[in-house]
Design a protein around this ligand. Structure first.
Ligand SMILES: Cc1cc2nc3c(=O)[nH]c(=O)nc-3n(C[C@H](O)[C@H](O)[C@H](O)COP(=O)(O)OP(=O)(O)OC[C@H]3O[C@@H](n4cnc5c(N)ncnc54)[C@H](O)[C@@H]3O)c2cc1C
Ligand code: SF4
Ligand code: SF4
Length: 485
């Protein structure tokens, strides 16, 4: 009889705790009275308890799902050990907009977290906030040795700011051209109940020692031609101009007083201005901008009835589930499967004519195609219509020689590797969310750095430690491949 090989000792898999430490939030009836922050921060004790739920997977699914490869597994491990200073340092090491992202990131990491298979995923984004709140976060980034090459970044949204940081800590001299007076791009439309300017201001304060200059109120393409940047001594260019313009609905009546473009509305409210709205407000759209619009309209017009009109079903809304749930809690009225046909009124908006739609088979993107039902028109009485059906880019003055591709969601990007354009040394990036835009910039700067190193006759090296003391950037142990949605 042959001997039976002894089985290797089995290690019991760590036990998953499926229940998240609750995140306290303002009650809906209280919070709609003003723009107060909805989510309360974890206390130290709560953060440690939540972090202890993480089983420290050998393969860090959460990190693979983060477009900037934030090592969240590591900061969670440090929080579980009550080392908040260490956790803050790890957070800021990978993420120059961490104070902003801990409030507004759509936490792709949490969707990939293994705990989600059994219960509620680890509160990875909220723990980032705990790391920064409880740990030492008033630090400054340190540039590595100067490279004697200048790089221009066009646009100071999240993609442009990430590019400036990546280049600045590598020792490049960076000028960021921004057409607006303020820095932040579309982040400056996010309502204060989710993030404040102070969050972004604190993030940008950490750039103070980098060789990054901001040329505000300077529009590239019009005031400064793109090609002159290269002839003026910039060795590389990152175009990150995003989608700063409103996209119209394209129905009759859109020019009537009382029709409000969502982007201008949210930008004005964010800047502290009062935008007068009526008492019967209809918002058209199903994405995050529509959700921010309904919730901002509720807060800006006490007592008004706010209705959302969307042409598909709730399940097909592109908006973040948390935002939709928040709007439902705040008593926003949702009308699904209604397509806008016309805005009517004599001197100002008096109603929105909609047509019922049927949803057909799924399209290439998996969403069912809406088909209008002829004869099903009805008029929704209202005095204000907020149009939130998308944003677009403005390529005025950008040469066609760049061969840019405009994505379905509106931003321009390069067609080559890491979004290289057809002009050597020029890259064009953007993204569907703050962290995706930053991830695209990170990728482009990696390639641009290789290009610039070759011009200097050097071999490229990975991103240095942004605090000037630790090892250069490397993927965390067990990292296999990026998970992207
Ligand atoms: C209302 C709203 C809420 C959102 N909420 C969230 C959220 O909670 N979480 C999230 O992750 N994402 C959110 N997003 C999406 C996110 O803001 C965008 O995906 C992200 O800002 C894109 O970054 P970007 O840098 O590519 O472009 P943008 O943010 O559009 O920045 C582009 C910048 O370039 C500047 N620019 C444009 N043309 C020129 C030029 N010719 N010369 C100089 N400068 C120029 C613009 O002024 C702008 O500052 C939201 C978007 C909106 C509109
Ligand atoms: S930046 Fe966003 S996706 Fe990345 S770890 Fe933080 S919350 Fe998750
Ligand atoms: S996937 Fe979830 S459980 Fe695993 S390391 Fe990341 S946060 Fe922890």
């Amino acid at each position: 009889m042959s001997a039976v090989a002894s089985e290797p000792a089995r290690v019991a898999p760590p036990k998953l705790n499926p229940v998240r430490v609750p995140i306290t939030e303002e009650r809906p009836e209280q919070r709609v009275r003003d723009f107060r922050t909805i989510l309360h921060a974890y206390s130290r004790e709560e953060a440690v308890l939540e972090a202890k739920r993480c089983i420290q997977c050998r393969r860090p699914w959460c990190v693979e799902a983060c477009p900037i490869t934030q090592d969240c597994r590591e900061y969670i491990r440090l929080i579980a050990a009550a080392d908040f200073d260490g956790a803050a340092r790890v957070t800021l090491r990978d993420n120059p907009l961490a104070g902003t992202l801990c409030k507004v990131c759509y936490h792709y990491c949490e969707e990939a977290c293994v705990v989600a298979k059994k219960g509620v995923p680890i509160a990875i984004r909220h723990l980032k906030r705990a790391a920064l709140d409880q740990g030492r976060s008033d630090v400054a980034y340190v540039p590595s040795r100067p490279r004697a090459q200048r790089v221009a970044v066009v646009g100071a949204g999240p993609a442009g700011l990430m590019a400036a940081w990546e280049l600045g800590i590598r020792g490049y001299s960076v000028t960021v051209f921004e057409r607006d007076a303020e820095l932040g791009g579309l982040m400056l439309t996010i309502p204060a109940y989710r993030m404040t300017d102070e969050d972004l201001r604190r993030d940008l304060a950490r750039f103070r020692d980098l060789d990054v200059t901001f040329a505000r109120s300077t529009r590239v393409g019009q005031q400064v031609p793109v090609e002159s940047l290269l002839s003026d001594g910039y060795a590389g260019v990152i175009l990150s101009i995003g989608t700063p313009e409103h996209r119209a609905l394209g129905v009759p009546g859109e020019q009537l007083p009382g029709v409000v473009p969502a982007l201008g509305f949210l930008r004005a409210v964010h800047a502290g201005q009062t935008v007068p709205l009526g008492h019967e407000i209809v918002v058209i759209g199903g994405g995050d901008v529509a959700m921010d619009s309904v919730r901002t309209a509720l807060r800006g017009s006490p007592g008004a009835r706010v209705t959302l009109v969307y042409r598909r079903d709730r399940a097909e809304m592109p908006a973040d589930g948390e935002e939709v749930h928040g709007a439902e809690q705040e008593q926003v009225r949702f009308l699904f499967r209604k397509a806008p046909v016309e805005i009517v009124g004599r001197d100002r908006v008096e109603g929105l004519v909609v047509r019922a739609v049927e949803l057909g088979p799924p399209d290439a993107g998996g969403r069912r195609t809406p088909t209008p039902i002829v004869g099903s028109e009805e008029t929704i009485a209202c005095d204000t219509v907020i149009v939130a059906v998308g944003q677009q880019t403005d390529l005025t003055g950008f040469p066609s020689r760049l061969e840019l591709k405009v994505t379905s969601q509106g931003w321009p990007e390069g067609r080559g590797t890491a979004h290289a354009t057809a002009i050597p040394g020029v890259y064009a990036v953007g993204g569907k969310s703050v962290v995706y835009a930053m991830g695209a910039a990170m990728e482009a700067v990696g390639e641009l750095d290789t290009y610039l190193a070759a011009k200097r006759g050097e071999t490229p090296s990975p991103r240095p430690d942004p605090f000037g003391a630790g090892p250069a950037f490397h993927l965390p142990a067990g990292y296999t491949a990026p998970i992207r949605k």
